[in-house]
Ligand binder design. Structure first.
Ligand SMILES: Cc1ncc(COP(=O)(O)O)c(C=O)c1O
Length: 397
């Protein structure tokens, strides 16, 4: 056998966050008081009522397969939510529930892309998008969004990136890793470009509830003419602290929804029945206090980072990440080691200051690092002390 694994998987990069994660866990195991700012999940609990709904599903014997697209009860509840909260009119038949939004996105790529198709991906981007696009045989066309533009895609960049082979563009607002939130005017401007080109728009809105002093707007709500080719992705992981329940969904045009259901019926079958029962209740159980607390931490983190020389950070308006540019510190040395890239910066910060962060390379931004503030306020303060202490020990070239 010449190749033991397929060319499909050979082209996927192993998760760049994995080595940080493995080392973080090893240090914690050794008893080191690491502050873990590499986490991508809220540090709050699943709403109690949703948890009990899951337990009730088990004790009631509600434990068998559901329809591949998800239960009608959950799809109806999601359709209601999309109408009331986002101003989007979908029939339950257009909703496909999957085992996490990551799974929904994977289904989308496989359902709409043919080999050689291009998918426009604004950078910085969430780590899984390019790999999912590649697995589907398509080509990620990465468009760098500048710090000056708040890491947001500008309409002229979108226009320039569209080619004969473009199948879709992915928009993610609020954004992981930058925390950028597109305003209504910014979305309208992108919508104007998209209306002139017959491509799909994938809008990943999984952080929609986590916005600080700004409003989340769903693109198809303000550009209804895009509805027939828009795929709205959302899930329960972030807003309802249900990462482990693995529940996400997509609202899609009927033909694409049908294709995804068919695909899913041969892959996972259906999403977890227990999680779906919990999801119905979760949709009515959002806790706004979580947003207040995230905002308090974000403000503290930003204020602290602003005091550290060599670190610049665009104000994140949503999600729970800060994505500072540490490019000015590259080329410095720490205890005789020259820091060549963000990965090395993160490694040294972890080993010597016990703060775990993720290098920006994984998100298509090699000058940045991602800090998650899904940790306590006190830990944010301690992390700032440690990062500041570490940076002050660096020797400039
Ligand atoms: C931008 C974005 N989309 C989708 C997901 C997938 O979330 P899940 O599969 O837990 O629903 C994540 C998770 O980190 C994310 O950050």
């Amino acid at each position: 056998m010449e190749q033991r694994v397929s060319s499909r998987v050979r082209q996927i990069a192993p998760s760049a966050t994995l080595s940080v994660d493995t080392r973080t866990k090893a240090l914690i195991q050794e008893g080191k008081p690491v502050i873990n700012m590499s986490v991508g999940e809220p540090d709050f609990d699943t709403p109690t009522a949703a948890g009990f709904a899951g337990i009730k599903a088990i004790t009631d014997g509600n434990t068998r397969y559901t329809a591949a697209a998800g239960t009608m009860e959950l799809r109806q509840a999601i359709a209601r939510k999309l109408m009331v909260e986002n101003g989007l009119q979908y029939k339950p038949e257009q909703i496909v529930v999957s085992s996490g939004a990551k799974h929904s996105l994977f289904n989308i790529m496989l359902a709409i892309c043919d080999p050689g198709d291009e998918v426009i991906l604004p950078a910085p981007y969430w780590v899984s998008y390019p790999e999912q696009i590649r697995v589907a045989g398509a080509v990620p066309v990465i468009v760098d969004c500048s710090e000056e533009a708040g890491y947001k895609l500008r309409p002229e960049q979108l226009e320039a990136a569209i080619s004969q082979r473009t199948k879709a563009v992915i928009l993610n607002s609020p954004n992981n890793p930058t925390g950028a939130v597109y305003s209504e005017a910014e979305l309208r401007a992108l919508g104007d470009v998209l209306l002139r080109h017959d491509i799909y728009v994938i809008t990943d809105e999984i952080y929609e509830r986590l916005v600080y002093g700004v409003r989340h707007v769903s693109l198809p709500a303000i550009c209804p003419d895009l509805m027939p080719r828009t795929l709205v992705v959302n899930g329960f992981s972030k807003a309802f602290c249900m990462t482990g329940w693995r529940l996400g969904y997509v609202a899609a045009p009927p033909d694409v929804a049908k294709a995804m259901v068919s695909l899913q019926s041969h892959a996972t079958g259906s999403p977890s029945t227990i999680s779906q029962a919990a999801g119905v209740v979760a949709l009515d159980s959002f806790d706004p206090h979580m947003v207040e607390e995230f905002q308090r931490r974000r403000d503290r983190l930003l204020a602290g980072l602003a005091q550290i020389p060599g670190i610049r950070c665009v104000k994140p308006e949503g999600a729970f990440y800060a994505f500072p540019d540490i490019g000015d510190l590259l080329g410095s040395s720490f205890a005789g080691t020259t820091i060549e890239n963000a990965g090395q910066f993160c490694e040294l910060l972890l080993e010597h200051a016990l703060v775990s962060t993720v290098p920006g390379d994984a998100f298509g931004a090699p000058r940045n690092i991602r800090l998650s503030y899904a940790i306590s306020f006190e830990q944010v303060e301690l992390a700032l002390e440690r990062i500041g202490g570490f940076v002050r020990q660096l020797r400039r070239p």
